[in-house]
Design a protein around this ligand. Structure first.
Ligand code: URP
Ligand code: ZN
Ligand code: ZN
Length: 471
C-alpha cells in the first residue's frame, strides 16, 4: 500500500524545507509540494513535525563476548532500542575467529538472524599474515568492505604498526576502508601494572592508565601510515581534543583520514568515573576532560570530524539483579565483575537508542550544531563513508523509506525506563529532553509509533556494502 506523509518539514544534511513524501514498495518514490494521494494510500499528517532520514549508527557491539560475559543487548533488543531512538541502520563488528573470515561472518549472521532493523558488518582484523591478507577478497564478496584494527589491547586484539601498515596497503589495493581504535597499548600495559601494584583499583584508574597522549599520538600515527599507504583510514570513537587537532593536521596535508566521535565523549569526563557508580562510564578509550568535550563539539561544528556513532556495548551495572525486558526477567553479569579491580570491569556502555534524542536536545536545541549537521553526522555521512548512500541516509526518490517523524514539542525525562536498551542503567538518567522521534519507518514499514513497538525479530535486512566515499 502506498504511504503519503503530508505537510512535514524535511531536514537533510544540507537543507530544511516543507514537503510531502510518497512511499511505495519500501522506497521513497516522490518528494514535493501537495503530492496527490494515490488510490488506497495511507496518509499521515506531519504538520508541525520534522522528518529526517533514519539514523545510521556505524559502531555497535551487540551480543559481544568479552571479560567473561557478553554485551547485554543482542541483535534484537539493541535494534529495538535503536529504532525507538530513531536509528534504522546499524553496523556491528564481527569477531575475527581463528577459523577464518567465512566462519566468523557466518557466526555473526546467525546471531543477527533476529535483526529488527537493517544492519551490516565490519570485520575486526586481529591477526595479520599472508593467509589473512589473501583471504580479504572473501569479505568483499560477502559485502563487508571495512576492517577494524587496534593499537591497544596488547596480546589480544592489537596488530603491530608494521602489520597495520601492510593491512592499510592491502586494503587500499582492494578498495576497503580501515577503521582504527587509537590508543597506545605499550604505554597502557605498564601503567596498569603500576596502578595495581599501588592498590589503585577503582574505576577512575581505568582512565588514568589510558592517557589521552596515547590516543593523540596513535591518531597521528594512523593518519601518517594511511597517507604513506595511500589508503583511507577512519578513526573510531575519538575522545581527546588532541585527536581532533591531529585529524585536522593530517587532513590539511591531504591525508585520507576521517573521524568519528560518540556522545559519551561529548558529555562526560573522568570525573564521572570518580563517582561511586563510576564503573557505568568505563569504556575504552575512556572519558577525558571538559576541555576535550568542548574541542570535540567544535570539531563537529566545523566539519573536522565526520560522524557520530555510539560504540554501543552495554553491560549491566549490577548483573546479579534481574531486570524485566519484554515481560521476562533477565540478568547478565556486568560491571560488578570489576568491583575490586578496574581491569575486570567489562569495557563498554549503552547508547544506541540515546544517541539521536540526546543530540537533538543537547546538540541542536542547545545551539552546538544545527539540524542539518545533526543529520549529516548521524545519518548521511556514515551512509556515504560506509557505501550505503543514497540507499540509506537520504531523503531522495529511490532511497529506502527509512524515516523519522520528530515531534519537536514532545518532552521526556530520559532514562533507563524510557530507552529500551537492555541494561539496568542509563548514562543520561533524568536528563530532560525536548523533541523526540514520534514515528519511525523502516523501508516504509511503521516500526515505532509513539510508545508502541511494531517492529519484529527478523524484520531487519543485511546490507551488503560497496566502496564508500572519503569525505
Ligand atoms: O569499551 C569499548 N569501547 N568496548 C567496545 C570495544 C571497542 O574497542 O570499541
Ligand atoms: Zn574500539
Ligand atoms: Zn567499539
Amino acid at each position: 500500500m502506498p504511504i503519503l506523509i503530508k505537510n512535514g518539514t524535511l531536514v537533510t544534511a544540507s537543507e530544511t524545507f516543507p514537503a510531502d513524501i510518497l512511499i511505495l514498495d519500501e522506497k521513497i518514490v516522490a518528494i514535493g509540494s501537495h503530492l496527490p494521494a494515490p488510490q488506497g494510500c495511507q496518509v499521515w499528517d506531519a504538520a508541525g513535525k520534522f522528518i529526517t532520514p533514519g539514523g545510521v549508527d556505524p559502531h555497535t557491539h551487540f551480543d559481544l563476548p568479552m571479560f567473561g560475559t557478553v554485551s547485554s543487548d543482542d541483535h534484537y533488543t539493541g535494534h529495538k532500542a535503536a529504532a525507538f531512538g530513531g536509528t534504522t541502520t546499524v553496523m556491528d563488528f564481527v569477531v575475527h575467529e581463528p577459523e577464518g573470515f567465512a566462519a566468523s561472518v557466518q557466526a555473526w549472521q546467525q546471531k543477527a538472524a533476529k535483526a529488527a532493523i537493517d544492519y551490516s558488518f565490519h570485520m575486526n582484523l586481529t591477526r595479520w599474515d599472508e593467509t589473512v591478507s589473501a583471504a580479504l577478497p572473501q569479505l568483499l564478496q560477502m559485502g563487508i568492505t571495512t576492517l577494524k584494527v587496534f593499537t591497544a589491547y596488547n596480546q589480544r586484539l592489537r596488530l603491530g604498526d608494521g602489520e597495520i601498515f601492510a593491512a592499510l596497503r592491502r586494503a587500499g589495493e582492494l578498495g576497503m576502508l580501515v577503521m582504527a581504535h587509537c590508543e597506545n597499548g605499550d604505554v597502557i600495559e605498564p601503567l596498569i601494572a603500576d596502578a595495581l601494584a599501588k592498590g589503585n583499583t577503582s574505576p577512575e584508574w581505568h582512565a588514568h592508565t589510558r592517557p589521552a597522549w596515547g590516543a593523540v599520538e596513535s591518531t597521528l600515527r594512523l593518519a601518517a601510515m594511511a597517507a604513506q599507504a595511500n589508503a583511507p583510514v577512519y578513526i573510531v570513537h575519538m575522545n581527546a581534543g588532541g585527536e581532533a587537532d591531529m585529524l585536522t593536521y593530517a587532513r590539511q596535508r591531504g591525508a585520507p583520514v576521517m573521524g568519528e566521535t560518540c556522545p559519551q565523549y561529548l558529555f562526560f569526563s573522568v570525573e564521572h568515573l570518580q563517582r561511586p557508580d563510576g564503573a557505568k562510564w568505563v569504556c575504552s578509550p575512556p572519558m577525558r576532560s571538559e576541555a576535550d568535550n568542548a574541542r570535540l563539539w567544535q570539531a563537529l561544528r566545523s566539519g573536522e570530524i565526520q560522524t557520530i556513532g555510539t560504540d554501543h556495548c552495554p553491560f549491566f551495572f549490577n548483573g546479579s539483579e534481574p531486570i524485566v525486558y519484554e515481560g521476562k526477567p533477565i540478568a547478565i553479569p556486568g560491571k560488578e565483575l570489576g568491583a575490586d579491580d578496574f581491569t575486570k570491569i567489562p569495557n563498554g556502555l549503552p547508547g544506541v537508542g540515546d544517541r539521536l534524542p540526546v543530540l537533538w536536545t543537547h546538540g541542536v536545541q542547545a545551539g552546538r550544531i544545527n539540524a542539518n549537521q545533526f543529520v549529516a553526522l548521524t545519518s548521511t555521512n556514515p551512509a556515504k563513508i560506509f557505501g550505503l548512500y543514497p540507499r540509506k541516509g537520504a531523503l531522495l526518490p529511490g532511497a529506502d523509506a527509512d524515516l523519522v517523524i520528530w515531534d519537536p514539542h514532545k518532552q521526556v525525562r530520559h532514562g533507563v525506563a524510557h530507552s529500551h536498551q537492555r541494561t539496568d542503567y542509563n548514562l543520561y538518567e533524568g536528563w530532560q529532553l525536548t523533541g523526540l522521534p514520534e514515528k519511525v519507518f523502516l523501508r516504509g514499514k511503521l516500526i515505532v509509533d509513539g510508545e508502541k513497538w511494531l517492529g519484529e525479530a527478523g524484520g531487519g535486512q543485511f546490507l551488503p556494502r560497496g566502496r564508500g566515499e572519503v569525505l
